[in-house]
Design a protein around this ligand. Structure first.
Ligand SMILES: NC(=O)c1ccc[n+]([C@@H]2O[C@H](COP(=O)([O-])OP(=O)(O)OC[C@H]3O[C@@H](n4cnc5c(N)ncnc54)[C@H](OP(=O)(O)O)[C@@H]3O)[C@@H](O)[C@H]2O)c1
Length: 202
């Protein structure tokens, strides 16, 4: 069985998106993502038409991690902001969207999305089943928070961008007061970005 991992680019003050993220503006906080285009090594994102140009060293890390992804779980805001990734969800595997209101236009034969209305635990269980030996990637802040609280998350991968955004979508909100212990697995400093990998101690 693979792991359940969360990975995002995060500002030093803990934001995964700027204050005005919405379907018109995209993610906001462009400085979070500069490292995706500041290098000379192209890394295509499986399942999509997106190609990132990062340093060679970051490319090796991305290829290693992305190659292990078998399914993705995201929240409805991410789905809407990304315009359903043009019907090509990142990773190329099954994609589970947690929502209270499945969009009728995507409930059709051949849709790459499964809409999960009975919570994060159900979404992760379905994604694990679909991913087999590969990992489940969590890509939304609110879903990551719920996974951490439910003890579902195995690893946190932070691409730490050298910026203080000052506002936006905070990654580690709503966790409650209990300390969550992490073990440092990897710290790698590369061109314009620091790659951090933690194991959640259970
Ligand atoms: N920095 C990066 O690398 C990176 C990468 C990806 C995304 N992002 C950012 O991450 C943000 C997305 O995370 P987010 O936390 O804002 O939103 P989100 O997790 O994508 O979506 C939240 C929405 O999902 C639905 N939902 C969540 N939990 C649910 C549950 N248990 N049951 C039913 N529905 C549930 C609800 O929508 P409904 O009630 O409407 O159904 C909720 O409002 C965006 O700002 C995006 O830009 C950043």
């Amino acid at each position: 069985m693979g792991k359940v991992i969360f990975g995002n680019s995060v500002s030093l003050d803990g934001f995964v998106a700027g204050p005005n993220d919405n379907p018109e503006n995209g993610l906001g906080g462009e400085s979070l993502f500069r490292w995706y285009s500041n290098g000379d090594t192209a890394v295509p994102l499986a399942g999509t038409d997106m190609v990132f140009n990062v340093s060679r060293a970051s490319a090796e890390l991305l290829q290693e991690e992305w190659g292990k992804i078998g399914a993705m779980v995201a929240g409805r805001r991410m789905f809407d902001i990304a315009h359903a990734w043009g019907s090509k969800p990142p990773g190329g595997g099954p994609c589970f969207i947690v929502t209270h209101h499945p969009p009728q236009e995507w409930l059709k034969e051949g849709s790459p999305f499964t809409f999960v209305t009975d919570g994060v635990e159900s979404a992760v269980a379905q994604a694990k089943q679909a991913a087999g030996d590969k990992n489940v990637a969590i890509s939304s802040a609110s879903i990551a928070q719920q996974c951490i609280k439910a003890g579902l998350l195995d690893e946190i991968h932070i691409d730490l961008a050298p910026v203080l955004l000052g506002g936006g979508v905070r990654l580690f909100d709503n966790l409650g007061v209990t300390p969550i212990q992490l073990e440092i697995v990897r710290v790698v400093q590369r061109q314009g970005i620091t790659h951090l990998k933690y194991r959640v101690v259970k």
